[in-house]
Design a protein around this ligand. Structure first.
Ligand SMILES: Cc1cc2nc3c(=O)[nH]c(=O)nc-3n(C[C@H](O)[C@H](O)[C@H](O)COP(=O)(O)O)c2cc1C
Length: 679
């Protein structure tokens, strides 16, 4: 057996094409919620970053080092040119007409009502392959030849519409890009929509999504008319307690000479003016909030008494993942064994301002058995009312709410949210108590990092307090500080220290144990079970491991490492495309949004090194793989870091990418050539 440098994936020599590939940057990929993402996408648009230049000039040692540093810096960070535009039909059909309904706008409607004209310019239907169409040699997904008599029609009656197949009806009607799957040609030559009554009934129960925020809820939030009785009472209680404390202080320590002066304590770090939270007025007065940050906590409800009991043990947990942990991806992970799923982080301020995009983050697929919504925010006046809306509107569709105390990115941290809460325990306590009250019987959980600064871990002090004093239902600790980048391994010894500290306090106070999940670098069944054994956690939250190999949950449950075949992986991609269409829609816009998220998923999945290619098992998450070829052509294609190949893969299921569509990966693409993917 050959020896491999530390940090290099031990790929068998016969598969290696070139000794190294470019590093990836997961810090860049993690950054951003829908809001921060939007902001960042706009930041750098059009800055014309070029790919690394490889000029053949002689450099001194110092120059080489400088260049390497600059290259590294360039490759780090999010891709600033990311900008997403919806792709639309050239001629836009009225959606009511697309479903055989009448339109109240008549000839005033800004969309066409001329179905024959629409169909005449519509590109031909996309053929959606079935599992039996997939092979490991080109073209990988077989598309049947088109008969000459039909080739000029946009409707392909051989295709199937994945949405119609599931629920017996396609809401996009004539606009569907898989129209032939639910249409027939009438005797007069016109296209008629069909429905499947049996599936329609089954579908309503089986495959729909829940947790839709109605336009009325959004409007009430936008106009600040949404009622918040629990929040108002809680914040008043906090304010009264603050005032009482202030009075007691004054009596105890009268200021020297003259009238008593109110001592103004240093405020919590103010949100940066560019931050979303700062730009949106808080629904409740900020003075209440400042008070909340400074006084003793109001009454703590009895531990767990009023909360739903959830079972956390022996369950696999897919962590929250901004952008990539979308509903179709979670649905895919559930298929492969994920028991607990959590939505992408949403900003409390954006929820309260009625942002449709933010509220879409609470959507849940019915297959998600235990589902949580993750919130980020800096203060009780934002987080408590958000929790109140969730409890009132989605009580039956949300199993738990998780508070993000780990997000490292500047945009969030500078507002006092995410990992900034690790250094503000007083405020955190008030947030947790208020959220718990507002959530009613919905359990509250917390996700933390080990601390803010490298070398200064704080979670061993904070976690016992969270467990014993603030009534949370479960905690997850990601074993890294805010400052630590993904290139350094998570500190599982410290995770054990924190678990021990929590258990000691629980034992001292005779409290029931709360479930603790650890997180960081888990990439195999072996990683999972040894982390559980050695650290004493109840389970390991899986994040990048699932992005790179969504079948990791099967491995964990079956205590095995799965040498999955390329064809099986392509079928997984097919499923993801199907779930994307189901969620985003099967019209032109939906297909290309599904394509975008599919490419985003492939920007992680290509990093998987097939087990059969490795000298030593299992694979490790942070190992850099050399450029390698697979055991068949499909395996080689799936290992490509070139974003153009991801687009090519998307085309097998979603048809040709339109010219107006482009894809810029979240982390800079490790293209096989040296250029960034053009896709
Ligand atoms: C692309 C990406 C997005 C993430 N988004 C979130 C998020 O929205 N909320 C959160 O608490 N953590 C988020 N994380 C952190 C992960 O949930 C997890 O804690 C971390 O990646 C460590 O686990 P791992 O080493 O198994 O990846 C994200 C991580 C990545 C890579």
């Amino acid at each position: 057996m050959s020896s491999y440098p530390v940090g290099t994936a031990p790929v068998k020599a016969e598969f290696i094409l070139a000794p190294s590939s470019l590093p990836v940057d997961d810090d860049a990929a993690e950054g951003g919620s829908s809001n921060t993402r939007r902001q960042r996408d706009d930041e750098g648009a059009g800055d014309g970053e070029d790919g690394p230049a490889h000029k053949k000039v002689k450099l001194t040692g110092a120059q080489k080092k400088k260049l390497a540093r600059e290259e590294k810096k360039k490759q780090r960070g999010s891709n600033k040119g990311r900008r997403w535009t919806k792709v639309r039909d050239e001629l836009e059909l009225c959606w009511k007409f697309a479903n055989n309904n009448s339109c109240e706008f008549g000839s005033e409607c800004r969309f066409t009502h001329d179905i024959p004209a629409y169909l005449a310019q519509k590109p031909r239907d996309i053929y959606f392959p079935s599992p039996s169409d997939l092979t490991d040699s080109p073209p990988f997904a077989k598309i049947p030849e088109t008969g000459s008599e039909e080739s000029d029609s946009s409707v392909d009656f051989r295709t199937r519409c994945p949405v119609f197949d599931d629920v017996g009806i396609c809401r996009l009607g004539v606009k569907c890009r898989f129209l032939g799957g639910h249409a027939r040609k009438a005797d007069d030559g016109t296209i008629q929509l069909v429905e499947d009554e049996t599936k329609k009934v089954d579908g309503i129960n089986a495959t729909t999504e829940v947790n839709f925020a109605t336009p009325n809820i959004l409007k009430l939030l936008r106009t600040k008319k949404y009622p918040f009785p629990v929040t108002d009472a809680y914040l008043k209680e906090v304010k009264d307690a603050a005032e009482e404390q202030e009075r007691t202080k004054e009596v105890a320590e009268p200021p020297a000479g003259g009238d008593a002066e109110v001592v103004v304590q240093a405020p919590e770090p103010e949100p940066d003016s560019t931050m979303a939270e700062a730009s949106e007025p808080s629904p409740v007065k900020s003075s209440l909030d400042e008070a909340a940050a400074q006084v003793d906590t109001p009454d703590v409800p009895p531990r767990f008494a009023e909360k739903r009991r959830l079972t956390w043990s022996d369950k696999t947990y897919l962590g929250p993942l901004t952008t990539v942990g979308n509903l179709p991806f979670r649905r895919l992970c559930v298929d492969y064994g994920a028991d607990i799923t959590c939505g992408e982080m949403g900003l409390a301020s954006s929820f309260l301002s009625g942002s449709k995009e933010e509220w879409s983050l609470v959507r849940r697929h019915r297959s998600e058995k235990m589902f949580g919504v993750q919130l980020a925010g800096s203060k009780p006046a934002l987080l408590v009312p958000t929790a109140e809306v969730i409890a009132r509107e989605f009580s039956s569709g949300v199993d738990f709410v998780d508070l993000n105390c780990g997000c490292p990115i500047d945009l969030v941290f500078r507002t006092g949210s995410g990992s900034a809460l690790l250094d503000a325990p007083g405020k955190l306590g008030k947030i947790l108590i208020g959220m718990n009250r507002a959530l009613g019987d919905i359990p509250l959980t917390v996700k933390l990092r080990t601390g803010v600064k490298e070398g200064r871990n704080t979670s061993h002090k904070l976690m016992p307090r969270i467990s014993a004093e603030w009534n949370v239902a479960a905690m997850t600790l990601h074993g890294r500080t805010r400052q630590q980048r993904y290139t350094k391994l998570a500190d599982w010894n410290y995770i054990k220290e924190c678990v021990d500290a929590v258990r000691a306090r629980e034992a001292d106070e005779d409290l029931p144990r709360i479930p603790i999940f650890g997180g960081g670098d888990c990439f195999s069944s072996q990683d999972y079970w040894s982390a559980v054994d050695q650290s004493g956690v109840d389970g390991v939250m899986i994040a990048r491991g699932a992005l790179i190999k969504p079948w990791i949950f099967t491995e964990i449950k079956e205590h095995r490492e799965w040498d999955i075949s390329s064809r099986e992986r392509l079928d997984l991609i097919r499923k993801y495309a199907e779930y994307g269409l189901d969620h985003f829609g099967t019209d032109t816009a939906g297909v290309n949004t599904a394509r975008r998220y599919l490419c985003e998923a492939l920007s992680f999945q290509y990093r998987y090194v097939p087990l059969g290619l490795l000298e030593q098992l299992p694979g490790r998450i942070n190992d850099r793989a050399p450029l390698f070829r697979g055991r068949d052509e499909l395996e080689t294609l799936l290992a490509s870091g070139d974003s153009r190949d991801w687009v090519k893969i998307s085309e097998m299921f979603l048809g040709p990418a339109p010219e107006s569509w482009s894809f810029t990966p979240k982390h800079k693409s490790n293209a096989y050539g040296s250029e960034e993917g053009q896709g």
